[in-house]
Design a protein around this ligand. Structure first.
Ligand SMILES: Nc1nc2c(c(=O)[nH]1)N[C@H]1C(S)=C(S)[C@@H](COP(=O)(O)OP(=O)(O)OC[C@H]3O[C@@H](n4cnc5c(=O)[nH]c(N)nc54)[C@H](O)[C@@H]3O)O[C@H]1N2
Ligand SMILES: Nc1nc2c(c(=O)[nH]1)N[C@H]1C(S)=C(S)[C@@H](COP(=O)(O)OP(=O)(O)OC[C@H]3O[C@@H](n4cnc5c(=O)[nH]c(N)nc54)[C@H](O)[C@@H]3O)O[C@H]1N2
Ligand code: SF4
Ligand SMILES: [Mo]
Length: 700
């Protein structure tokens, strides 16, 4: 007899948010996981790391009981305690901190370890009711969102399913879907097979996606604005601009065309490192293919000029009018199609705008007490962390490590594993996984609202995030209707407020479609800006405080951490295929495949420096330095170094990871994480005696 596959939704921080089918074995364990066909975007595909989820779900190192620190901070010495005692300790510490410094001294900190709206965002309700320091989320989408909204106003685009049905050209721009959301590749493969569609990938290195491309443009990191301008120059110069469309749907096409006259392929070649021929060939291919689909990723916005680059690239389908045809247009995110009333889940009725906002990406500066990062307010002396691992993933990692080591910081971490961040905690609480709790999910890459139900009993004493927040609220005297509701009640309440059907119907139907029709997807009735026109000339002043430096019209914004004689290389810390940020760094299948932290260098650079594969080098800049093994990689510029991320600190020879080298200065206009914008020096290491860190099957 075949065992039943049960419906679920992948909770991880990934644009795909796959509809899953999970196997429950006769003994009640998780068996296989596969992609479901009930969601047309998932289309029966899942990534390898989730296909082998049982490794993570039934991992022997899962946290199953609350722990209290008994050794020095970070020593990893803990003793098991009961839930009541653990929660009492946290509540007492928070109340004591508040009594001393006021409520802003407490900083609840979270991210998207789960993307479920209840289990991820409920922590904000506690923040707002207690007037704790608010969380300004910048690490992931801030630069990209800002740049997209600058032109389009709202975030949505053409469904990826149209690629398979109609597109003749797909441009994957600063995005690596083979690794980061594999489902997209299914739709691209269909377009290539059924009508010979071309794939162009714009990425500083030969990523797994770039390897599959018909054309790979390996530009210098952070120069996409220049490339986009030169492409538009050719579109205008060679008659590929759709002037009727431009006059009807954009703000100032004549000014744009004039502005671009000087930004030709030669100008862009000097900035991007591409050849004039490469730029021109791409521009002509784009100009001659109306059914061109632009998939704009996050990767190319993770530079100090990332918002400007997103705006510049997002202009292309407006110039050619590609939006008007099936399979033409662009997708960055579907986020704004999900119009959900999250008042109760997030406690939005309790927001006090006078309470300070602390920038997620600047956690190092905040915890080490930099007055400006603290907004002039009190120090942070108590934190609750859910769904994130800042001891690895945050920029300016040396400061983050110093901050978490502070004796006067009380830290509670709610986690599934004893991550580097959990190791720094005073109290560690064990968390459920997605198949052990209920939640509701939106998606950035598709348009189905999806429900996932609890299917398994959690191991030991694990609890969902929502229950922990509600229990802490009770002990802290925080009152709000949301704390008294179950996860299911919160979901039903939100759906009812949003005018949507109930959860059971949405679950039974395999999700709720939020994209109304073709006209809406393609903005045929106008863009979601005030006057319905795309803005080549954005009003940056509405998008962030540091707007003065932003370019008036699309341009190359020279605010990068440029290479210089002392630091001649530019580092890209791109995601690795088998990890998801630091999630899956605990699963043997992922570790064995990724092997060890590696710096990918152009073969010419290796030869010039006398390096062979597997040699050690030291990479560094003013923020610090670290040792890493090298490997050759064709298809990138000789000045580019790529270190696929995010390896936990213990895998690095000197105990601190790649983000040691990355800056946390807020990019204009509204902040963000500039993970791929770093200048470094490189020194070959000749001395022996460094510890071997490669992961092999025998050690995991
Ligand atoms: N396997 C795996 N999947 C993941 C993740 C992961 O870590 N691993 N992370 C998840 C998360 S949180 C997110 S936000 C998404 C991100 O998914 P993506 O949108 O794919 O973005 P990134 O992965 O940051 O970067 C994608 C590519 O951008 C390239 N890039 C870097 N700088 C530049 C540049 O200046 N210009 C251009 N054109 N390209 C550049 C990088 O080399 C990389 O190959 O993926 C999610 N999925
Ligand atoms: N070098 C480099 N650094 C980067 C990036 C990069 O491209 N390069 N990308 C940046 C980006 S885009 C992002 S989004 C951040 C992401 O960084 P994080 O959000 O910190 O991502 P993870 O490291 O995967 O940590 C998520 C944690 O949540 C836990 N978790 C999962 N589900 C639950 C749950 O239900 N409850 C609780 N309590 N915990 C849960 C997991 O066990 C995991 O440890 O990293 C950023 N850092
Ligand atoms: S592709 Fe993304 S959403 Fe789909 S299973 Fe993998 S991690 Fe989950
Ligand atoms: Mo992210």
């Amino acid at each position: 007899m075949t065992r039943p596959f049960l419906p679920a939704v992948c909770p991880h921080d990934c644009p795909s948010v796959c509809a899953l089918e999970v196997e429950k074995t006769a003994s009640g364990r998780l068996g296989r996981i596969r992609g479901s066909h009930r969601n047309p975007y998932t289309a029966g595909v899942v990534c390898a790391k989730v296909a082998r989820y049982a490794e993570r779900f039934h991992h022997p190192e899962r946290l199953t009981h609350p722990l209290r620190r008994k050794g020095p901070k970070g020593s990893g010495q803990f003793e098991p305690i009961g839930w009541e005692e653990a929660l009492d300790i946290v509540a007492e510490a928070f109340l004591a901190a508040e009594a001393r410094h006021g409520p802003e001294t407490v900083w609840p900190y979270y991210y998207a370890g789960t993307m479920g709206l209840v289990q991820r965002d409920g922590i904000n309700r506690l923040t707002h009711v207690k007037k704790y320091s608010r969380f300004y989320s910048t690490i992931c989408v801030r630069l990209a969102d800002t740049g997209w909204k600058a032109g389009y106003g709202g975030r949505w685009g053409v469904p990826a399913t149209e690629i398979g049905e109609h597109s003749e050209l797909v441009v994957v721009w600063g995005c690596n879907p083979v690794s980061t959301h594999v489902n997209l590749m299914h739709h691209i493969a269909r377009a290539r097979k059924e009508r010979g569609a071309k794939l162009v990938v714009i990425d500083p290195y030969r990523s797994p996606t770039a390897r599959q491309a018909d054309m790979h443009l390996a530009l210098a990191p952070g120069t996409d604005g220049a490339l986009a301008c030169a492409v538009m120059h050719v579109l205008f110069a060679e008659g590929y601009a759709d002037w009727d469309y431009l006059r009807a749907r954009s703000d100032c096409p004549e000014a744009l065309a004039a502005h671009l006259r000087e930004r030709d392929p030669r100008w862009a070649a000097a900035i991007t490192g591409l050849t004039v021929e490469e730029i021109t060939a791409f521009a002509r291919l784009y100009g001659t293919t109306k059914r061109s689909y632009l998939r704009l990723g996050y990767g190319f916005t993770r530079s100090r000029n990332g918002a400007a680059n997103m705006h510049a690239a997002s202009c292309l389908p407006v110039v050619t009018g590609a939006w008007q045809v099936p399979g033409g247009g662009a997708l960055y995110s579907m986020g704004d199609l999900y119009t959900l009333d999250k008042t109760v889940i997030e406690g939005l009725d309790a927001v006090d705008p006078s309470v300070r906002l602390l920038d997620q990406s600047r956690i190092g500066a905040i915890l080490t007490g930099e007055a400006e990062a603290l907004g002039g307010g009190p120090p942070v002396t108590a934190m609750l962390i859910q769904n994130t691992n800042p001891m690895c993933v945050a920029p300016e990692l040396a400061k983050v490590h110093a901050g978490f080591a502070r004796e006067d910081l009380f830290l509670c971490v709610h986690e599934q594993f004893l991550t580097d961040t959990a190791r720094m905690a005073d109290i560690v609480l064990p968390a459920t996984m997605f198949l052990e709790h209920d939640d509701i999910y939106t998606a950035s890459a598709h348009t189905r609202l999806q429900i996932s139900r609890k299917l398994f009993e959690p191991p030991g004493a694990c609890r969902p995030n929502h229950e922990v927040i509600a229990e802490l609220a009770r002990r802290l005297g925080a009152s709000h209707p949301g704390f008294a509701m179950s996860a299911r009640e919160l979901i039903e309440d939100m759906l009812a407020r949003s005018g949507l059907p109930d959860a059971e119907r949405i679950r039974a139907e395999g999700g709720w479609e939020v994209l109304p029709d073709f006209e809406t997807a393609h903005h045929l009735r106008g863009f979601p800006t005030e006057d319905g026109r795309f803005r080549f000339r954005p009003d940056w002043s509405r998008l962030g405080p540091a707007h003065a430096v932003m370019p008036v019209l699309p341009d190359h914004l020279p605010v990068l951490e440029e290479a210089c004689p002392e630091r001649p290389f530019r580092l890209v810390a791109a995601p690795s295929r088998n990890f998801l940020n630091t999630t899956f760094t605990e699963t043997p299948g992922s570790l064995v495949t990724e092997k060890r932290p590696t710096a990918l260098l152009h073969p010419e650079t290796m030869a010039r420096l006398g390096l062979a594969e597997g040699d050690l080098v030291r990479l560094g800049n003013a923020r610090g330095s670290l040792l890493v093994h090298v490997a050759p990689r064709e298809g990138q510029r000789p000045q580019t170094i790529v270190v696929e991320s995010i390896w936990p600190n213990r895998h690095w020879i000197e105990g601190i990871g790649i983000n040691l080298l990355i800056g946390a200065d807020p990019p204009p206009p509204a902040g963000g994480g500039a993970f791929h914008d770093t200048a470094v020096w490189l020194e070959p290491v000749t001395t022996a005696g460094t510890e071997e860190t490669a992961v092999d099957a025998a050690t995991v």
